[in-house]
Ligand binder design. Structure first.
Ligand code: DAH
Length: 377
C-alpha cells in the first residue's frame, strides 16, 4: 500500500509498508527531504506571524530578513525542484502565502510603530501649558476713524460714494474751478502718470463731488471717503498718501447756516458734546465763501496744550459754499440750486483722537502699534 500524501509523518511510520511495496519505486529520502523543506517553510511562516520587533532597528532587520533584496524566502522558491511533482503546487502556494504574510506583517508592524510614536508624542504634550496666542489682526486706526465719520454723517442722511484714485485733470482741477494757470494748483503737488500725463493721482476727494454731480440731479447729500496723493516730503506731519472724507449737499435754498450746523453736529459727535467750532475765512477755488474748520481743543478744553499749540483751537478741514461755476461745470442750474461742501483729513483726526505724533506710524503697519487702537472711538 502506498501512502503519498500530505501526512508524510504517517508515511514514514508506514516505512515498512512502503519498503514492502517494492513495485512502486518510492524514494523515501525524497519524501523526507521534501517534508523537511515544508517544515522549514512552515517554521518561517510561524516565525513571521510571531515576530515582534521592538524599535526602529529591529523593525528594519525584519524587513531586510523577509522582504529585503536578499530575503530568506528567495532561496525557497528554488527548492521547488526538490519537491515531488504531486506536491509542487502545494509548495508553491505555501511559499507564496509566506511572502504575503511577511508583507502584511511588515505593514502591520510599521503601523504599530507609527501609532506608538504618535502616542509617545501625545504623552509628552503638556495640556496645562498656556496656549499659543492666535495672531489676530485689528482694525487700522484710519479705518476706525473713517468708519466713524461715515456713520456720523449717514445718521443725518448722507449717502456714501467712492470713485477712482487715478483721475483726469478735469475732475481733479478744472471742473473744480481751478484752470491750468490757476495759482491754487501750486497748493497741491500733483503726481502725474508717466505713461499718460493726462492722468494724475487725485490730490483730494473733491474730484468725487464732480463725478457725483455729473451723474446725479439735486438734491444730493453725500460723503466721499478715499485715499489721496500728494508729492510731499514725508515727515512726522506730512505723507505722500493719506485719506480724506469729502462732503457735499446740493439742493434749493441750502445756506451757510446749514453748513455751519452740519459741521457743528459732526464736531460734537466726533469730539464730544462740549466741542465748539470756529469757521475761519479762507480760500478754495471751488467754494465761495470758503472757510477753514477749527474745533475747540478737546485735549486741554481751551486751557492750552501742545496739541493746539496753546491756541485752544485745532484745524480739522476746509469748507464753503459750492462756487456757482462748479455747479455749472457739472450741468447744475446755479440759479436754482446752492450747496455746501467740506473736506477733512482722516489721518489728522486719527492723530488728534489717538494722540499719535507721527503720521508715518500710520503707514508702517507695525501690528504692535496698530493693535493699540482696537477700541471703538
Ligand atoms: N479739497 C480740499 C483739500 O484737499 C479740502 C476742501 C476744502 C474740500 C474746502 C472742500 C471744501 O469740499 O469746501 O485741501
Amino acid at each position: 500500500m502506498l501512502l503519498i500524501g500530505k501526512d508524510v509523518t504517517f508515511a514514514i511510520q508506514a516505512e515498512q509498508i512502503l519498503i514492502c511495496s517494492a513495485c512502486f519505486k518510492i524514494n523515501i529520502e525524497t519524501l523526507i527531504m521534501a517534508q523537511e523543506i515544508f517544515d522549514k517553510v512552515n517554521n518561517i511562516l510561524t516565525e513571521i506571524k510571531n515576530a515582534q520587533p521592538s524599535g526602529a532597528e529591529e523593525l528594519e532587520q525584519f524587513r531586510i530578513k523577509y522582504l529585503g533584496a536578499k530575503n530568506i524566502l528567495k532561496p525557497l522558491f528554488g527548492e521547488i525542484r526538490n519537491i515531488p511533482n504531486e506536491r509542487k503546487k502545494e509548495f508553491g502556494q505555501l511559499v507564496n502565502s509566506v511572502k504575503q504574510t511577511a508583507e502584511a506583517r511588515w505593514e502591520a508592524l510599521k503601523n504599530q510603530a507609527a501609532d506608538a510614536e504618535e502616542s509617545a508624542e501625545a504623552n509628552q504634550l503638556d495640556v496645562t501649558a498656556p496656549g499659543e496666542p492666535l495672531d489676530i489682526g485689528s482694525r487700522h486706526p484710519v479705518s476706525i476713524v473713517m468708519n466713524r465719520i461715515v456713520e456720523t454723517f449717514s445718521r443725518i442722511g448722507f449717502t456714501v460714494a467712492q470713485d477712482r484714485e487715478i483721475e483726469d485733470d478735469w475732475h481733479n482741477f478744472t471742473a473744480l474751478n481751478t484752470p491750468e494757470d490757476h495759482p491754487a494748483r501750486d497748493m497741491q503737488d500733483t503726481y502725474y502718470l508717466l505713461h499718460d500725463t493726462e492722468k494724475l493721482l487725485r490730490t483730494h476727494t473733491s474730484s468725487v463731488q464732480i463725478r457725483t454731480m455729473e451723474q446725479q440731479k439735486p438734491p444730493i447729500r453725500a460723503i466721499f471717503p478715499g485715499r489721496v496723493y500728494r508729492n510731499e516730503t514725508i515727515s512726522a506731519r506730512a505723507h505722500c498718501q493719506f485719506h480724506q472724507v469729502e462732503g457735499l449737499y446740493i439742493d434749493e435754498n441750502v445756506s451757510f447756516a446749514d453748513l455751519k450746523q452740519t459741521i457743528e453736529y459732526f464736531a460734537k459727535e466726533m469730539f464730544g458734546h462740549n466741542t465748539k467750532i470756529r469757521l475761519r475765512p479762507s480760500f478754495f477755488p471751488f467754494t465761495e465763501p470758503s472757510a477753514e474748520v477749527d474745533i475747540s481743543c478737546f485735549i486741554c478744553g481751551g486751557d492750552g496744550c501742545n496739541v493746539c499749540k496753546y491756541t485752544s483751537w485745532v484745524e480739522i478741514g476746509g469748507c464753503g459754499m459750492v462756487d456757482p461755476n462748479v455747479l455749472e461745470n457739472c450741468g447744475i442750474d446755479a440759479q436754482k440750486y446752492t450747496g455746501f461742501a467740506f473736506g477733512m483729513g482722516v489721518e489728522r483726526i486719527a492723530m488728534l483722537k489717538y494722540r499719535i505724533n507721527d503720521i508715518r506710524l500710520l503707514f508702517e503697519n507695525d501690528v504692535r502699534f496698530l493693535k493699540q487702537f482696537t477700541s471703538a472711538l
